[in-house]
Design a binder for this molecule. Sequence first.
Ligand SMILES: Nc1ncnc2c1ncn2[C@@H]1O[C@H](COP(=O)(O)OP(=O)(O)OP(=O)(O)O)[C@@H](O)[C@H]1O
Length: 244
Amino acid sequence: MALVEISGVNKHFGDFQALKDITMSIDQGEVIVVIGPSGSGKSTLCRAINRLETFESGSITIDGKELPEEGKALAKLRADVGMVFQSFNLFAHKTILENVTLGPIKVRKQSKAVAEKRAMELLERVGVEHQASKYPAQLSGGQQQRVAIARSLAMDPKVMLFDEPTSALDPEMINEVLDVMTGLARSGMTMVVVTHEMGFARKAADRVIFMADGELVEQATPEDFFTNPQSARAKDFLSKILTN
Ligand SMILES: Nc1ncnc2c1ncn2[C@@H]1O[C@H](COP(=O)(O)OP(=O)(O)OP(=O)(O)O)[C@@H](O)[C@H]1O
């Protein structure tokens, strides 16, 4: 069975249909990169996977379990699904180390010593271990986003969702975050990444999902998608981003 099963998902904002009958599955260890024009529903799909967005019909299961709509079960599910946003969403009044240990201590009931040891390993993995005692505002955007990745990893998620993780970064910081994500992809983490970074899609994706107008239009390996897109909409999208 696939780790994530998305089946017939429909989502409206008022009269506007943002997701149209989305069906797809994600295997353990698979890296999915979701691309498509602005407003095509990529973020909405990503957010539906951990119920930051509700949807009217269809189902999403993670590890065979249907997503609960609210309450403790939903909190547990969210702990299993790491999410990294465009805005880093770190706690401003907590140190970097506290940002990473908070979830494991509160939700996973780890001791402070265990949580701190693991947090330091993760901060080292993303290259910001020397910043552990600082506060988020003292770090660059790229460093803060790497802390956000470490914070998600500290919860030992089954799947990691990234919603345009480099869009808010200055150009020189984009690669340092993408390098961390590429390492994570190669380590076997199951990942769904919404991004406009086509280089990352080519390098790290097992499968590219192309969305347009709320539909899942195409899915293929990056090599097939970028060299031989099938639909007119994908060809049009690629011709625009290649000429920009
Ligand atoms: N909370 C909301 N209320 C109303 N409309 C919304 C809301 N969130 C998203 N939408 C609309 O749904 C559509 C899909 O939005 P979504 O953010 O999923 O697109 P996207 O493909 O991620 O776009 P981008 O690449 O620009 O981030 C857009 O037309 C957007 O305006």
